[in-house]
Design a protein around this ligand. Structure first.
Ligand SMILES: [Zn+2]
Length: 184
């Protein structure tokens, strides 16, 4: 799934919370955006492994949420949201394709690494590859709650994210030819 799909997933989850507690809208949005992006910074390490915790991530997310509910503060809310969004990112990577740039010629059976069982989880391919038409549709659908609830710079980020998602999805199949071999 696209990075933007992961960000919109996090924002969709926190949108109802932000509607009920607008004083925490900014930490909720910041946590969701950064948490949705963060796992893929392992691109430079072992991608979908170093910073992806599809199973163990819940062990951090649950206490972080419990703490933020018990002792609500901007920092606690942002950290809890970050943990939830990062866990959802890693877990949902299992529902998409592998990390390969060219899934038409080169399919991988490694979706995301499960550190608890020390093995790779295979891709379910509900979303066939990042930037697939169904990925773009999912991204736009998940962006709707955020567009309704958030305003100001957060809605600007969401609108920009939708534009990037649609452009990426339109160019996705052509990108394969442009990407140099050493990047794949
Ligand atoms: Zn990922």
């Amino acid at each position: 799934m696209m990075a933007t799909t992961h960000v919109f997933t996090g924002l969709a989850v926190v949108a109802p919370v932000a509607a009920l507690a607008p004083e925490f809208a900014v930490p909720l949005a910041v946590g969701a955006i950064l948490g949705g992006l963060a796992p893929d910074f392992d691109l430079v390490f072992a991608h979908r492994r170093t910073l992806h915790f599809p199973v163990a991530g819940v062990a951090l997310a649950v206490p972080a949420v419990a703490f933020a509910v018990a002792f609500p503060s901007s920092v606690a809310v942002a950290l809890a949201t970050f943990a939830v969004a990062a866990w959802l990112h890693a877990a949902s990577d299992a529902l998409g394709g592998g990390p390969e740039m060219d899934p038409w010629n080169d399919r991988s059976e490694r979706a995301v690494y499960d550190h608890v069982r020390s093995r790779w989880i295979r891709p379910r391919r509900w979303i066939r590859y990042d930037g697939a038409p169904e990925d773009a549709a999912l991204a736009v659908a998940l962006a709707v709650p955020a567009l309704i609830v958030f305003d100001g710079w957060i809605s600007a980020v969401v609108v920009g994210g939708i534009a990037v998602s649609l452009a990426y999805a339109l160019l996705r199949r052509r990108l394969v030819a442009w990407v140099p071999d050493w990047l794949e």
